[in-house]
Design a protein around this ligand. Sequence first.
Ligand code: BEZ
Length: 326
Amino acid sequence: MNVRNIFTAAAVLATCALGAGVAQAKEFRLGLITPPSHIWSQNAVEFGDALSAATDGAHTVTVFPARQLGNEAQMLQQLQTGALDMAFLTVAEVSNRAPDFGAFYAPYLASDVGHAARILDTDVARGMLDQLPAKAGVVGIGFGMAGLRQIVARGDVTTAEDLQGLKLRITPFDPILDFYNAVGAAPTPMPLPAVYDALANGQVDAIDMDAELIWKLKYYEHADTILQSNHMMFPMVGLVSARVWQDLSEDERATITELMRKELQDCIDTYVAKDVEWLEQVRGTGETMIEVGPEFFGDAMTEWEATWSEKSTQLGALREAAEAVK
Ligand code: BEZ
Protein backbone atom coordinates (compact mmCIF):
# COMPACT_ATOMS: atom_id res chain seq x y z
CA MET A 1 0.00 0.00 0.00
CA ASN A 2 1.47 3.40 -0.92
CA VAL A 3 1.52 6.34 1.51
CA ARG A 4 -1.57 7.98 -0.01
CA ASN A 5 -3.57 4.75 0.33
CA ILE A 6 -2.46 4.32 3.92
CA PHE A 7 -3.80 7.80 4.76
CA THR A 8 -7.06 7.12 2.92
CA ALA A 9 -7.51 3.81 4.77
CA ALA A 10 -6.82 5.51 8.11
CA ALA A 11 -9.40 8.21 7.36
CA VAL A 12 -12.01 5.61 6.44
CA LEU A 13 -11.30 3.64 9.62
CA ALA A 14 -11.58 6.80 11.73
CA THR A 15 -14.91 7.70 10.12
CA CYS A 16 -16.27 4.17 10.68
CA ALA A 17 -15.15 4.29 14.31
CA LEU A 18 -17.21 7.43 14.88
CA GLY A 19 -20.43 5.71 13.90
CA ALA A 20 -23.43 7.01 12.03
CA GLY A 21 -24.02 10.75 11.97
CA VAL A 22 -20.39 11.77 12.45
CA ALA A 23 -18.90 13.46 9.44
CA GLN A 24 -15.18 13.60 10.17
CA ALA A 25 -12.47 13.26 12.77
CA LYS A 26 -11.82 16.43 14.74
CA GLU A 27 -8.87 17.85 16.64
CA PHE A 28 -10.36 19.99 19.40
CA ARG A 29 -8.41 22.54 21.44
CA LEU A 30 -9.33 23.19 25.07
CA GLY A 31 -7.87 26.14 27.01
CA LEU A 32 -7.66 27.02 30.68
CA ILE A 33 -5.66 29.31 32.98
CA THR A 34 -4.68 26.79 35.63
CA PRO A 35 -1.23 25.13 35.69
CA PRO A 36 -0.86 21.56 34.33
CA SER A 37 -0.81 20.05 37.84
CA HIS A 38 -4.11 21.73 38.85
CA ILE A 39 -7.22 19.58 39.26
CA TRP A 40 -9.08 21.47 36.49
CA SER A 41 -6.21 20.82 34.05
CA GLN A 42 -6.09 17.14 34.98
CA ASN A 43 -9.84 16.77 34.46
CA ALA A 44 -9.47 18.48 31.08
CA VAL A 45 -6.83 15.96 30.03
CA GLU A 46 -9.00 13.08 31.27
CA PHE A 47 -11.92 14.44 29.27
CA GLY A 48 -9.73 14.45 26.15
CA ASP A 49 -8.61 10.87 26.81
CA ALA A 50 -12.21 9.75 27.33
CA LEU A 51 -13.38 11.44 24.11
CA SER A 52 -10.55 9.89 22.19
CA ALA A 53 -11.34 6.43 23.63
CA ALA A 54 -15.07 6.80 22.90
CA THR A 55 -14.34 7.61 19.25
CA ASP A 56 -11.54 5.07 18.80
CA GLY A 57 -9.05 7.89 18.48
CA ALA A 58 -10.90 9.79 15.80
CA HIS A 59 -11.63 12.86 17.96
CA THR A 60 -8.77 14.29 20.01
CA VAL A 61 -8.51 17.13 22.50
CA THR A 62 -5.28 19.06 22.96
CA VAL A 63 -5.30 20.81 26.32
CA PHE A 64 -3.60 24.22 26.65
CA PRO A 65 -3.17 24.98 30.39
CA ALA A 66 -1.51 27.93 32.14
CA ARG A 67 -2.92 30.69 29.90
CA GLN A 68 -1.00 29.43 26.86
CA LEU A 69 -3.88 30.73 24.72
CA GLY A 70 -4.29 33.96 26.67
CA ASN A 71 -6.25 35.06 29.71
CA GLU A 72 -9.87 34.04 30.28
CA ALA A 73 -11.30 37.14 28.57
CA GLN A 74 -9.21 36.37 25.49
CA MET A 75 -10.21 32.70 25.52
CA LEU A 76 -13.88 33.63 25.80
CA GLN A 77 -13.44 35.85 22.75
CA GLN A 78 -11.75 32.99 20.87
CA LEU A 79 -14.62 30.69 21.79
CA GLN A 80 -17.04 33.26 20.43
CA THR A 81 -15.32 33.42 17.05
CA GLY A 82 -14.73 29.65 16.91
CA ALA A 83 -10.93 30.08 17.04
CA LEU A 84 -11.01 27.99 20.24
CA ASP A 85 -13.24 24.91 20.58
CA MET A 86 -13.57 24.39 24.32
CA ALA A 87 -12.51 25.82 27.67
CA PHE A 88 -12.86 25.36 31.41
CA LEU A 89 -13.29 28.92 32.69
CA THR A 90 -14.02 30.48 36.05
CA VAL A 91 -17.63 31.54 36.36
CA ALA A 92 -16.00 34.85 37.25
CA GLU A 93 -15.14 35.50 33.61
CA VAL A 94 -18.54 34.36 32.42
CA SER A 95 -20.19 36.70 34.93
CA ASN A 96 -18.44 39.61 33.20
CA ARG A 97 -20.62 38.79 30.13
CA ALA A 98 -23.68 37.40 31.89
CA PRO A 99 -24.09 39.29 35.20
CA ASP A 100 -26.75 36.83 36.44
CA PHE A 101 -23.84 34.46 37.17
CA GLY A 102 -22.60 36.95 39.80
CA ALA A 103 -25.23 35.39 42.09
CA PHE A 104 -22.93 32.40 42.63
CA TYR A 105 -20.58 34.69 44.58
CA ALA A 106 -23.15 35.75 47.14
CA PRO A 107 -21.24 35.66 50.44
CA TYR A 108 -22.16 32.53 52.39
CA LEU A 109 -24.53 31.25 49.72
CA ALA A 110 -22.96 27.87 50.52
CA SER A 111 -22.55 26.83 54.14
CA ASP A 112 -19.82 24.30 53.30
CA VAL A 113 -18.17 22.74 50.27
CA GLY A 114 -20.71 19.88 50.03
CA HIS A 115 -23.50 22.44 50.02
CA ALA A 116 -21.69 24.32 47.22
CA ALA A 117 -21.69 21.11 45.17
CA ARG A 118 -25.42 20.62 45.74
CA ILE A 119 -26.17 24.24 44.76
CA LEU A 120 -24.40 23.72 41.42
CA ASP A 121 -26.64 20.72 40.82
CA THR A 122 -29.93 22.61 41.23
CA ASP A 123 -32.28 23.40 38.33
CA VAL A 124 -31.75 27.12 38.95
CA ALA A 125 -27.97 26.81 38.60
CA ARG A 126 -28.12 24.56 35.54
CA GLY A 127 -30.86 26.69 33.99
CA MET A 128 -28.54 29.69 34.02
CA LEU A 129 -26.32 27.94 31.48
CA ASP A 130 -29.14 28.34 28.93
CA GLN A 131 -28.39 32.05 28.55
CA LEU A 132 -24.76 31.53 27.53
CA PRO A 133 -25.19 31.01 23.76
CA ALA A 134 -26.98 34.36 23.42
CA LYS A 135 -24.90 36.32 25.95
CA ALA A 136 -21.42 34.91 25.33
CA GLY A 137 -21.49 32.78 22.16
CA VAL A 138 -20.74 29.59 24.09
CA VAL A 139 -22.59 26.44 25.11
CA GLY A 140 -22.39 25.74 28.86
CA ILE A 141 -22.00 22.00 29.37
CA GLY A 142 -21.89 22.01 33.16
CA PHE A 143 -20.19 23.23 36.32
CA GLY A 144 -16.99 22.31 38.11
CA MET A 145 -15.54 24.25 41.03
CA ALA A 146 -12.51 25.13 43.14
CA GLY A 147 -13.86 24.84 46.67
CA LEU A 148 -14.50 27.79 48.97
CA ARG A 149 -12.53 31.03 49.36
CA GLN A 150 -10.26 31.93 52.26
CA ILE A 151 -8.13 34.98 53.12
CA VAL A 152 -4.36 34.73 53.50
CA ALA A 153 -2.78 37.82 55.14
CA ARG A 154 0.80 38.91 55.77
CA GLY A 155 0.00 40.65 59.06
CA ASP A 156 -2.12 39.77 62.09
CA VAL A 157 -5.84 39.84 61.37
CA THR A 158 -8.35 39.17 64.10
CA THR A 159 -11.25 41.45 63.18
CA ALA A 160 -12.68 42.90 59.96
CA GLU A 161 -11.17 46.23 61.10
CA ASP A 162 -7.76 44.71 60.46
CA LEU A 163 -8.70 44.29 56.78
CA GLN A 164 -9.43 48.02 56.36
CA GLY A 165 -7.29 49.48 53.60
CA LEU A 166 -5.28 46.27 53.06
CA LYS A 167 -4.17 45.69 49.50
CA LEU A 168 -5.97 42.40 49.00
CA ARG A 169 -5.50 40.38 45.81
CA ILE A 170 -8.71 39.28 44.14
CA THR A 171 -9.57 37.38 40.96
CA PRO A 172 -10.42 40.19 38.52
CA PHE A 173 -14.21 40.36 38.45
CA ASP A 174 -17.02 42.50 39.82
CA PRO A 175 -18.83 40.43 42.47
CA ILE A 176 -15.68 39.87 44.51
CA LEU A 177 -14.54 43.47 43.95
CA ASP A 178 -17.85 44.68 45.37
CA PHE A 179 -17.50 42.35 48.35
CA TYR A 180 -14.07 43.59 49.40
CA ASN A 181 -14.99 47.23 48.74
CA ALA A 182 -17.91 46.70 51.12
CA VAL A 183 -15.50 45.14 53.64
CA GLY A 184 -13.32 48.28 53.41
CA ALA A 185 -10.22 46.58 52.01
CA ALA A 186 -8.41 47.83 48.90
CA PRO A 187 -9.19 44.99 46.45
CA THR A 188 -6.38 44.51 43.94
CA PRO A 189 -7.37 42.51 40.83
CA MET A 190 -4.56 40.18 39.83
CA PRO A 191 -4.44 37.01 37.69
CA LEU A 192 -3.41 33.75 39.34
CA PRO A 193 0.19 33.46 37.99
CA ALA A 194 1.15 36.83 39.48
CA VAL A 195 -0.09 36.04 42.99
CA TYR A 196 2.83 34.14 44.52
CA ASP A 197 5.45 36.84 43.90
CA ALA A 198 3.06 39.64 44.81
CA LEU A 199 2.41 38.08 48.22
CA ALA A 200 6.03 37.06 48.76
CA ASN A 201 7.45 40.52 48.02
CA GLY A 202 4.72 42.47 49.81
CA GLN A 203 3.18 44.03 46.71
CA VAL A 204 -0.12 42.92 48.30
CA ASP A 205 -0.92 42.55 51.99
CA ALA A 206 -3.37 39.69 51.59
CA ILE A 207 -4.94 37.41 49.01
CA ASP A 208 -8.35 35.87 48.40
CA MET A 209 -7.64 32.22 47.55
CA ASP A 210 -8.88 28.62 47.71
CA ALA A 211 -7.63 25.90 50.06
CA GLU A 212 -6.03 23.79 47.34
CA LEU A 213 -3.70 26.52 46.15
CA ILE A 214 -2.98 27.89 49.64
CA TRP A 215 -1.62 24.43 50.40
CA LYS A 216 -0.11 23.28 47.10
CA LEU A 217 1.44 26.57 46.00
CA LYS A 218 2.57 27.25 49.58
CA TYR A 219 1.03 30.72 49.83
CA TYR A 220 0.85 30.12 53.59
CA GLU A 221 4.64 30.41 53.81
CA HIS A 222 4.32 34.14 53.22
CA ALA A 223 1.43 34.70 55.62
CA ASP A 224 0.99 35.47 59.30
CA THR A 225 -2.74 34.75 59.41
CA ILE A 226 -5.11 32.58 57.45
CA LEU A 227 -8.74 33.46 57.90
CA GLN A 228 -10.65 30.23 57.40
CA SER A 229 -13.70 32.14 56.27
CA ASN A 230 -15.23 29.88 53.58
CA HIS A 231 -16.97 33.07 52.51
CA MET A 232 -17.64 32.34 48.84
CA MET A 233 -17.92 29.48 46.39
CA PHE A 234 -15.84 29.50 43.21
CA PRO A 235 -17.55 27.65 40.35
CA MET A 236 -15.96 26.79 37.04
CA VAL A 237 -17.86 26.15 33.82
CA GLY A 238 -17.12 23.73 30.98
CA LEU A 239 -17.75 25.47 27.66
CA VAL A 240 -17.89 24.66 23.96
CA SER A 241 -17.83 27.37 21.30
CA ALA A 242 -21.39 27.86 19.96
CA ARG A 243 -19.93 28.13 16.45
CA VAL A 244 -18.18 24.80 16.82
CA TRP A 245 -21.28 23.27 18.45
CA GLN A 246 -23.51 24.13 15.50
CA ASP A 247 -21.32 22.03 13.19
CA LEU A 248 -21.39 18.96 15.43
CA SER A 249 -23.78 16.06 14.86
CA GLU A 250 -26.32 15.11 17.55
CA ASP A 251 -24.17 12.06 18.38
CA GLU A 252 -21.07 14.17 18.81
CA ARG A 253 -22.89 16.68 21.02
CA ALA A 254 -24.27 13.89 23.19
CA THR A 255 -20.86 12.23 23.58
CA ILE A 256 -19.07 15.49 24.41
CA THR A 257 -21.81 16.47 26.88
CA GLU A 258 -21.74 13.12 28.66
CA LEU A 259 -17.97 12.89 28.92
CA MET A 260 -17.33 16.51 29.85
CA ARG A 261 -20.06 16.41 32.53
CA LYS A 262 -18.49 13.29 33.98
CA GLU A 263 -15.14 15.08 34.36
CA LEU A 264 -16.75 18.22 35.78
CA GLN A 265 -18.54 16.09 38.37
CA ASP A 266 -15.27 14.35 39.16
CA CYS A 267 -13.70 17.77 39.69
CA ILE A 268 -16.48 18.75 42.12
CA ASP A 269 -16.17 15.43 43.97
CA THR A 270 -12.43 15.99 44.41
CA TYR A 271 -12.94 19.41 46.04
CA VAL A 272 -15.71 18.05 48.27
CA ALA A 273 -13.38 15.29 49.42
CA LYS A 274 -10.25 17.42 49.82
CA ASP A 275 -11.10 21.08 50.58
CA VAL A 276 -11.16 20.67 54.36
CA GLU A 277 -8.17 18.30 54.32
CA TRP A 278 -5.98 20.87 52.52
CA LEU A 279 -6.71 23.44 55.23
CA GLU A 280 -5.94 20.87 57.92
CA GLN A 281 -2.59 20.27 56.22
CA VAL A 282 -1.88 24.01 56.35
CA ARG A 283 -2.87 24.02 60.04
CA GLY A 284 -0.42 21.17 60.58
CA THR A 285 2.47 23.48 59.62
CA GLY A 286 1.77 25.58 62.71
CA GLU A 287 0.31 28.48 60.72
CA THR A 288 -2.08 30.81 62.62
CA MET A 289 -5.56 29.99 61.38
CA ILE A 290 -8.67 31.74 62.57
CA GLU A 291 -12.11 30.37 61.79
CA VAL A 292 -14.64 33.11 61.05
CA GLY A 293 -18.23 33.15 59.79
CA PRO A 294 -20.68 35.66 58.24
CA GLU A 295 -20.78 37.79 61.42
CA PHE A 296 -17.08 38.64 60.90
CA PHE A 297 -17.93 40.62 57.76
CA GLY A 298 -20.86 42.53 59.34
CA ASP A 299 -22.63 45.01 57.08
CA ALA A 300 -20.57 44.07 54.01
CA MET A 301 -22.92 41.15 53.49
CA THR A 302 -26.05 43.32 53.30
CA GLU A 303 -24.28 45.88 51.13
CA TRP A 304 -23.23 43.19 48.64
CA GLU A 305 -26.75 41.75 48.60
CA ALA A 306 -28.26 45.18 47.85
CA THR A 307 -25.87 45.76 44.93
CA TRP A 308 -26.24 42.30 43.41
CA SER A 309 -29.98 41.94 43.77
CA GLU A 310 -29.99 44.77 41.19
CA LYS A 311 -27.30 43.28 38.96
CA SER A 312 -28.36 39.60 38.93
CA THR A 313 -31.95 38.60 38.23
CA GLN A 314 -31.15 35.12 39.60
CA LEU A 315 -29.88 36.02 43.08
CA GLY A 316 -33.21 35.45 44.85
CA ALA A 317 -33.94 32.21 43.00
CA LEU A 318 -30.44 30.89 43.65
CA ARG A 319 -30.66 31.71 47.37
CA GLU A 320 -34.00 29.84 47.52
CA ALA A 321 -32.56 26.88 45.64
CA ALA A 322 -29.56 26.87 47.98
CA GLU A 323 -31.84 26.87 51.01
CA ALA A 324 -33.72 23.88 49.59
CA VAL A 325 -30.56 21.76 49.33
CA LYS A 326 -28.96 22.80 52.65
C1 BEZ B 1 -7.99 32.42 41.24
O1 BEZ B 1 -7.99 33.41 40.47
O2 BEZ B 1 -7.82 32.59 42.47
C2 BEZ B 1 -8.20 31.05 40.69
C3 BEZ B 1 -8.48 30.88 39.34
C4 BEZ B 1 -8.70 29.60 38.84
C5 BEZ B 1 -8.63 28.50 39.68
C6 BEZ B 1 -8.35 28.68 41.02
C7 BEZ B 1 -8.14 29.96 41.54
